[in-house]
Design a protein around this ligand. Structure first.
Ligand SMILES: C[S@@+](CC[C@H](N)C(=O)[O-])C[C@H]1O[C@@H](n2cnc3c(N)ncnc32)[C@H](O)[C@@H]1O
Length: 203
């Protein structure tokens, strides 16, 4: 495997030295997509929020800034991601920021507790996406929002070749899957060729 491909393969489950390099890179490079997506959400103070596939934890920091007196939870399948996210949020760790290792397939949270769940550049890697969407819905409060941000919306993207295990979903397909999971009133926002934010509301 070439160096570049091996580096990007660490997007799916960052591990070791390459994984740590990738997490630093993603914390910086995902800022424009994440901030654009978060700008589309009407935040309120005191929210309880979850970032699934939180990677290096930059989104957790961004969420905290947008909702005063909030609490933010992060979860990621990768131990390396969890360590980095904890370091990046060290000041508020276990006070307002809580980071756990685990998979979106079985979230370690009670039903109906989050006002907002975000997923930035991660749904491509989730196994059995419809079941994972159901699991996200389970932890959302009624009326809570789920925001998906992606920059791969079709199978022609260069990332499909670079990162192992990526599945591209079109915004239309995502909307249909969200509807079926009970996350409705979906808004789709598109920017440039490939950036999409899809926001739905839990019924
Ligand atoms: C491309 S990175 C994006 C990280 C972060 N959201 C960001 O924007 O920088 C994808 C992340 O999703 C995580 N991930 C992949 N499959 C997952 C799963 N089943 N459950 C939770 N996290 C997962 C990976 O470990 C990785 O940290």
């Amino acid at each position: 495997m070439g160096l570049l491909k091996s580096l990007f393969t660490n997007c799916a489950n960052p591990q070791g030295r390459m994984g740590r390099a990738m997490l630093r890179f993603m914390n910086l490079c995902h800022a424009p997509l994440t901030n654009w997506g978060l700008d589309l959400i009407h935040f309120q103070d005191g929210w309880t929020m979850l970032d699934v596939g939180c990677g290096g934890g930059a989104t957790l920091k961004r969420l905290l800034k947008r909702s005063k007196n909030s609490q933010v939870y992060g979860i990621d399948i990768s131990k390396e991601s969890v360590e980095k996210a904890r370091k990046v949020n060290a000041k508020l760790l276990d006070k307002r920021v809580f980071v756990a290792q685990g998979s979106v397939e079985k979230l370690p949270y009670d039903n109906d507790i989050f006002d907002l769940v975000t997923a930035v550049e991660t749904i491509y890697f989730w196994p059995n996406l419809p079941a994972c969407l159901q699991e996200v819905r389970r932890v959302l409060k009624p009326g809570g929002r789920f925001a998906i941000m992606v920059e791969v919306v079709d199978s022609k993207s260069k990332w499909i070749d670079l990162c192992e295990g990526i599945t591209a979903y079109s915004p239309d397909l995502l909307k249909k899957m969200l509807d079926e999971a009970g996350v409705v009133q979906t808004e789709t926002h598109l920017k440039q060729a490939n950036n999409a934010t899809i926001i739905g509301v839990n019924t």
